[in-house]
Design a protein around this ligand. Sequence first.
Ligand SMILES: NC(=O)c1ccc[n+]([C@@H]2O[C@H](COP(=O)([O-])OP(=O)(O)OC[C@H]3O[C@@H](n4cnc5c(N)ncnc54)[C@H](O)[C@@H]3O)[C@@H](O)[C@H]2O)c1
Ligand SMILES: O=C(O)[C@H](O)CS(=O)(=O)O
Length: 315
Amino acid sequence: MKVVIAELNWPEGIRLLRQEAKVVYNPDLWKDREKLFSEIKDADALIVRNQTQVDRQLLAHASRLKVVGRLGVGLDNIDIGAAKEADVSVVYAKNANAISVAEYVIAGLLTVCRPLLAATEAVKQGQWNRRCFTGSEIYGRTLGLIGVGEIGLRIAVRAQALGLKVVGYDPFVGPYDYPYAEAGIKKVSFEDVLAHSDFISIHVPLTPQTRDMISHAEFSKMKPTVTMINTSRGGVVDEQALSTFLNHHHQAFGILDVLEQEPPQQDHPLFALDNVILTPHVAGLTEQSQERTSRLVAEEVLKELRGQPSICSIR
Ligand SMILES: NC(=O)c1ccc[n+]([C@@H]2O[C@H](COP(=O)([O-])OP(=O)(O)OC[C@H]3O[C@@H](n4cnc5c(N)ncnc54)[C@H](O)[C@@H]3O)[C@@H](O)[C@H]2O)c1
Ligand SMILES: O=C(O)[C@H](O)CS(=O)(=O)O
């Protein structure tokens, strides 16, 4: 059996795969489509992260392929319909990085309310300005979740421990499903999340329905002091509309882990703003989540290759 890994992976999964298959691991392979096509022509499995476009063209070059392993959760780089037609199953790392994203979101909220690093810089520069660094509590304020799946649920549990009220909008989760009934998230409308939240955190997949879900009209309904966190996908938030909103509302804040174009151009309008935090798509990236992801995807890909049922397979 041959397994091709075309993007960054952690050692544990590679070790497991090597026990049963010939493994080609090249974390930069996704950058060279022709080389990738040549490598997968006799592959039984292909393992990718979020850069490799698994589309009809790619699948046409992989006649032996049985399974695509996705080292993460978002499936927007994989044409699931084309994979089904080609009889290729897709396994992904369901829930493997949800805790890491949840911790990132909590860290983001606390960073905006208590800017410790900026205060440290000021102290090192000889300032001792206690008034300038008077923070605000997150206790008692409202966190609105858009998308209440694996990540949203884990954020809610942590946020409530810190005294936040949590409201959520997700039309695909019923009012008696776990997130609302037992995790204490109040189910509200999309409009209510926008209008009443002090913090808004977005956790939907990128689909034709969620593209530009947050644009000028949605920003106009938010509080002028809102902090909006996007760790989902760049295309879900209209970045031009966000830049305009942040430019006009200096007490609002944007925390963005994902952008439409990654990496962005240096002249991106968000770069000129002070009320923004930008990170390079690392919300889900911790040593723990990646070891978990690497192991889970390797185990599930091997199950698919052996003809055993996988716990996180789409076919
Ligand atoms: N930045 C990162 O490192 C990172 C890490 C993990 C996941 N992600 C992104 O976050 C997304 C969510 O991850 P997850 O593990 O919570 O996935 P999930 O599938 O468990 O949850 C997604 C939720 O979004 C809901 N949803 C779908 N369409 C919606 C819509 N139009 N309106 C409201 N809700 C909608 C679904 O019902 C589901 O409950 C992923 O698809 C991925 O793109 C990013
Ligand atoms: O979708 C995810 O799981 C994340 O965005 C992280 S990664 O897998 O795309 O790197």
